[in-house]
Design a protein around this ligand. Structure first.
Ligand code: FES
Length: 192
C-alpha cells in the first residue's frame, strides 16, 4: 500500500510575485533579508486567498532564509495578517474614536445584519464577506471608514453609502490587479 506522501501541495509564489519579492529583498543587505518580512507577508497574503496559512508562512520563511518561528512571531503580532480563511472581501471597519463618534458601532451592526457575518468570526455564508474591526485608518476626516484591500470607503453613515459599497463589492468579478501584477489573477486568488 502506498502512503499519500504529497497530499498537501506546497504553495508556490507566482512569477510576478517572485520578481517583486526579489526587487524588495535587493533593497536590503543579503544577510538582512529578514528585513523584508512585512512586505513579503503582504504579498503572500494577497497571493494565497487573503490569509497566511502555516504552509504559506513556511514558504515566506524559506524565501527569506529564516526559521518559520520568526515568521509566525510577526504574523501573529500584526492584525493586518489573517491567520484563518477569509471571505472574498475583508471589510476592515475602523472602530477608533472619530469613527466611533460618527457611527462605526452602528455601521458594524448594520454590516453584520446585511452580510450575516460576525466581526472576528468566519466569512459570511455566501463566502463573500469577512468583517474585522481595526484601529484608526488615518482617514478620520471622512469617518466612518471601511478599508477593503487598497480601497477606502468613506462617510459610510447613510444607508445609500453602505449599500453602494456592498453592491460594488458583490459585483466585483475580479479583484483589482496588485502593484506587482500586470493584469489578471495569480494562482489561488482566482477562485477566491
Ligand atoms: S478614527 Fe477612523 S480613520 Fe481615524
Amino acid at each position: 500500500m502506498s502512503l499519500p506522501t504529497e497530499s498537501i501541495q506546497k504553495p508556490q509564489f507566482s512569477e510576478a510575485a517572485k520578481a517583486e519579492i526579489d526587487r524588495i529583498c535587493k533593497q536590503y543587505p543579503a544577510e538582512r533579508r529578514k528585513s523584508a518580512m512585512l512586505p513579503v507577508l503582504h504579498i503572500a497574503q494577497a497571493e494565497f486567498g487573503g490569509w497566511v496559512a502555516p504552509e504559506v508562512q513556511d514558504l515566506v520563511a524559506e524565501v527569506l532564509g529564516v526559521k518559520p518561528i520568526e515568521v509566525y512571531e510577526v504574523s501573529t503580532f500584526y492584525t493586518m495578517f489573517n491567520l484563518k480563511p477569509v471571505g472574498k472581501h475583508v471589510l476592515e471597519i475602523c472602530r477608533t474614536g472619530p469613527c466611533q463618534l460618527r457611527g462605526s458601532d452602528e455601521l458594524t451592526l448594520e454590516l453584520e445584519r446585511i452580510t450575516g457575518a460576525k466581526v472576528g468570526e468566519g466569512p459570511s455564508a455566501d463566502g463573500l464577506f469577512t468583517l474585522k474591526e481595526v484601529e484608526c485608518l488615518a482617514a478620520c476626516g471622512f469617518a466612518p471608514v471601511v478599508q477593503v484591500r487598497e480601497k477606502y470607503y468613506e462617510q459610510l453613515d447613510t444607508e445609500e453609502s453602505v449599500n453602494a459599497m456592498l453592491s460594488e463589492l458583490r459585483n466585483m468579478v475580479h479583484r483589482p490587479a496588485l502593484p506587482w501584477e500586470e493584469t489578471g489573477l495569480p494562482n489561488a486568488l482566482a477562485n477566491n
